[in-house]
Write a protein that binds this ligand. Structure first.
Ligand code: C2E
Ligand code: CA
Ligand code: CA
Length: 726
């Protein structure tokens, strides 16, 4: 028997097109032996808004014949048929080309229906007038469900295939595999997956919740978001990097990749993928990222990062009225000297230690960066009051006061600090750094180891200074430097003993410039080496001429030596060459070194002094008394003379303390077999007091101001300058 073809929907065609529905023209094979029932069912479909094309088979054989040639979209079969039961029409589970079956049973036969479902029927219907009229809706629902199932099967099959491929690939690779059943919440994790987490195969409860506890707390929300975005279909696949806690307690970086498997309703019911340990790559990346924004020596932020953070502060200044920040520019004093004399390795160590001391002075939100060389910059974020910046600057200076221990060597360092306060006037981060730098420079020229707060006049000063520095580079060639001489007198006899050579700069526009206005700058830019050499040569030459022409063989000259010169490698050779060229007796040359400078670097200073002394040159310790606790160091210094700083001489006739200090210095010098020269003697009272204390020599305006070479020569020639009133 051929199944009847009943196309009942032709006259509904227009309507069903309007109602367009996935199930229009759905082919249904109805297997029903009872003619009455078949008619009833057909009519139900006829009146439905869906479009069905129904074929009817009266028995299993007929149905099978039809199925062999043509596959319907759905089979509705009566359970009891003349040649068997309806469930015999269930397709084998392996075949992909299959169809859903709805089983019909009679009243009171629900048990059979349930068994049919178990066997694989997708739904059942207990025949009644009401249920038959519902048949089209049931079929529609069943078809939708079937579609779901089919999709899942396809996906599963695809996954199985890809997993097979994956497993092969993974065998040799380092990836772990995972497979998450979203409805039960259980996750299958491969042994490699577990070993990435530090667990063996049998450890670890692999439910989603327990696996989430292994995720770094900072990454969990992120990971969940990424997973949800994939589950809701926003992303084509899952990919996320996050940290997990290894069994040993350490955190590792992993890359998770996966894909959700969705049913026909697009709802995912399963998700699977791989897990890769990317800790090494991640650390390397982080290192690169870190390196791009940090200074390799000190590990502090670099200029780029600093500018970035400064930009944030400036923006905040614009938005928020009560917000104040400050930039501190910190520059080590005479770092070049340390670097040149002790070598770069020691210089680097010093910078590192300075960096960590600076960091210790700050709060967590503040930033210290290294701009390069010995320049550090600081952001004080959100300070309550401008005064706070001064306090921090003081704290920094204080923290540098303790000696640095560099490879067993003790070293002292000071820093000059410039402060610029944030304001809305600043448009670019660079501008505020520039102003802090300007203030720092001001601090440096006033007195090293101090701080200054930026103000506008400093900007013009800075311009002038730049001009000055530029001019200084030409001054040597243009012969603008000259040497003045100030007599040094025996306080015992009033006789001239020698001179101190003092440099002067005759500037084209400014006229005579005194050393305090340019020597610190020359020390900073290194020109002091050439200037100092010029003074030395000129002084030796003048003195030798006076000794010879005026028959004054015992006259000596004191030449100031900057600490920068002291660490110049070629210094000893240069001095020896000058003496040779000018033919001056080395015993007639006394080099003055400043206590302050020397104490920063005593070992080097002692070495240089000793070698020059071997050539017969003498030494004086200049500006004595104002510096460090130098008394303890003094016995190590093989100097011949102490020059008491003029500030003490100026005080001694006014306050007891000043006098006491002078007395102590003289006593100390005597015990160390050094002579004493008092600087800055200005009046008779001072002179008398010094004589009472048996101070050896005096120098100061009371006797004579510094004079140029020709005036000096004149006063020597007419003997005025040989003997002074005492
Ligand atoms: P200094 O070595 O302490 O030189 C003595 C300074 O005191 C000189 O200042 C001198 O003019 C001044 N002076 C002398 N007698 C009196 C006095 O009675 N009262 C007062 N108030 N001052 C007096 P000057 O020439 O301006 O030099 C200042 C400093 O510049 C020197 O201080 C020295 O440290 C440095 N300097 C001068 N010439 C050279 C040089 O050729 N090389 C180096 N490296 N530094 C130099
Ligand atoms: Ca001096
Ligand atoms: Ca002095």
């Amino acid at each position: 028997m051929e199944p009847q073809s009943l196309d009942m929907n032709d006259h509904h065609h227009k309507q069903s097109l309007l109602m367009t529905d996935d199930f229009s023209a759905t082919e249904i094979l109805l297997v029903e032996d009872l003619e009455a029932h078949a008619q009833l069912i057909s009519r139900a479909f006829e009146t439905s808004s869906h479009r069905f094309s129904i074929r009817i088979a009266r028995c299993l054989t007929e149905a099978r014949n039809h199925l062999a040639r043509h596959q319907p979209d759905l089979v509705v079969a009566d359970y009891r048929l003349p040649d068997g039961v309806g469930t015999e029409l269930l397709p084998s589970t392996e075949s992909l080309s299959s169809y859903p079956i709805i089983i019909m049973t009679g009243q009171g036969d629900e048990q059979t229906a349930v068994e049919a479902m178990r066997a694989g029927a997708l739904d059942y219907i207990v025949k009644s007038e009401a249920s038959i009229s519902e048949m089209p809706r049931l079929v529609a629902r069943t078809l939708r469900e079937w579609d779901n199932i089919q999709q899942c099967r396809k996906a599963e099959l695809a996954l199985a295939l890809s997993e097979e491929r994956y497993a092969l690939a993974a065998k040799g690779s380092k990836d772990g595999l995972w497979d998450w059943n979203l409805s039960t919440g259980t996750i299958y994790c491969s042994s490699r997956w577990k070993s990435i987490h530090g667990f063996t195969d049998h450890e670890l409860d692999t439910s989603a919740d327990s696996i989430y506890t292994l995720v770094h707390p900072d990454d969990i929300e992120f990971l969940k978001t990424i997973i949800n975005r994939h589950l809701d279909g926003s992303t084509p696949h899952l990919e996320c990097e996050y940290r997990i806690r290894h069994k040993d307690g350490s955190y590792r970086w992993v890359l998770i990749r996966g894909v959700a498997i969705r049913g026909g309703d697009s709802i995912p019911y399963r998700m699977a993928g791989s897990l890769t340990d990317i800790t090494h790559r991640k650390l390397a990346e982080q290192q690169l990222q870190h390196d791009a924004f940090h200074d390799s020596l000190t590990d502090l932020p670099n200029r780029a990062l600093f500018i970035d953070r400064l930009g944030v502060c400036l923006e905040r200044t614009n938005r928020q009225d009560d917000y104040l920040f400050a930039v501190l520019f910190v520059d080590l004093d005479r770092f070049k000297m340390v670097n040149d004399s002790l070598g770069h390795a020691i210089g680097d160590q010093l910078l590192k230690q300075v960096a960590s001391r600076l960091v210790d002075c700050l709060r967590a939100g503040d930033t210290v960066a290294r701009l390069g060389g010995d320049e550090f910059v600081v952001i004080l974020d959100g300070i309550e009051h401008p005064e706070k910046a001064n306090q921090i600057a003081q704290r920094m200076e204080k923290s540098l006061e303790n000696a640095f221990n560099l490879g067993g060597k003790k070293l002292f360092a000071t820093a000059s600090v410039g402060i610029a306060l944030g304001s809305r006037e600043y448009r670019h981060p660079e501008d505020i750094i520039r102003d802090a730098d300007t203030a720092m420079y001001q601090a440096k020229t006033r007195s090293r180891g101090h701080y200054e707060v930026f103000n506008r006049t400093m900007r013009t000063d800075a311009m002038e200074r730049l001009q000055m520095e530029n001019d200084m580079r030409w001054a040597l060639e243009r012969r603008e430097f000259s040497v003045f001489y100030q007599p040094i007198i025996s306080l015992n006899s009033g006789c001239l003993e020698g001179f101190e050579a003092l440099v002067r700069w005759r500037h084209q526009e400014r006229g005579l410039v005194l050393p305090d206005a340019f020597v610190p700058m020359a020390e900073e830019n290194g020109l002091i080496n050439s200037i100092g050499l010029f003074v030395l040569e000129q002084a030796c030459q003048d003195l030798h001429r006076w000794q010879r022409e005026l028959l004054l063989p015992n006259l000596y000259v004191c030449v100031n030596l900057s600490a920068i010169q002291l660490v110049e490698k070629d210094l000893i050779n240069q001095v020896v060459q000058v003496l040779k060229r000018t033919q001056l007796n080395p015993g007639a040359l006394k080099l003055e070194i400043t206590e302050n400078l020397v104490m920063e670097n005593p070992d080097i200073a002692i070495q240089v002094v000793l070698s020059l002394k071997e050539h017969g040159i003498r030494f004086a310790m200049d500006d004595f008394g104002i510096g460090y606790s130098s008394l303890s160091y003094l016995h190590r210094f093989p100097v011949d003379t102490l020059k008491i700083d003029r500030s003490f001489i100026g005080r001694m006739d006014r306050d007891e303390n000043g006098l006491a200090i002078v007395r102590t210095i003289i006593a100390l010098a005597r015990s160390l077999k050094m002579t004493v020269t008092a600087e800055g003697v200005e009046n008779t009272t001072q002179l008398r007091l010094l004589q009472d204390l048996e101070c050896n020599h005096g120098q100061g305006f009371y006797f004579s101001e510094p004079q140029n070479a020709s005036s000096t020569q004149e006063s020597l020639r007419d003997k005025r300058g040989l003997k002074f009133q005492i």
